[in-house]
Design a protein around this ligand. Structure first.
Ligand code: 523
Length: 131
């Protein structure tokens, strides 16, 4: 069987990257991530990401480009990441998070990212610096 997919967004706006602090489960609470969640049956990765960002942050967003690669989370589950642009709304931590921060490239190491998010965060920050 193919792997299940967790999708996440490197949401970029005004030269900054959005970081979200998880509120659950206990072993992940307090760590920072690129917001997202599990793809559901019948969804494309992009559709799942749009839904997750709407549910978790209350925003309408557009996936732009997939960041190449995928990162194992546990057996049978992988993480895929897209760069994302906001279409409308101001992100707020509605579900799954208790704090959000907009990080300038030089601030990207200021939060304790989940280990598995770090390669995609590094690539998103590299793209922000180039933009
Ligand atoms: N990650 C992860 N990084 C990352 C996300 C969005 C998720 O490592 N940027 C991991 C954390 C969990 C698993 O992926 O182990 C599922 O993420 P979660 O809980 O955000 O997905 P949901 O909300 O779809 O999951 P359920 O509530 O279980 O349906």
């Amino acid at each position: 069987m193919s792997d299940s997919v967790v999708v996440a967004g490197a949401v970029c706006d005004a030269g900054r990257l959005l970081a979200a602090r998880r509120s659950a489960p206990p072993e992940l609470a307090g760590r920072w991530e690129l917001p997202g969640g599990k793809r559901e049956p019948g969804e494309s990765g992009e559709q799942a990401l749009v839904r997750e960002l709407r549910e978790e942050l209350g925003v309408e967003a557009e996936p732009l480009e997939r960041i190449p690669g995928e990162w194992p989370l546990k057996p049978g589950l992988v993480l895929r990441v897209w760069t994302v642009r906001l279409l409308s709304g101001e992100p707020s931590p509605l579900e799954d998070h208790d704090e959000l921060r907009w990080l300038a490239p030089d601030e990207a190491d200021d939060v304790d990212w989940l280990d598995q998010d770090r390669p995609a965060v590094a690539e998103a920050v590299r793209r922000l610096r180039e933009a």
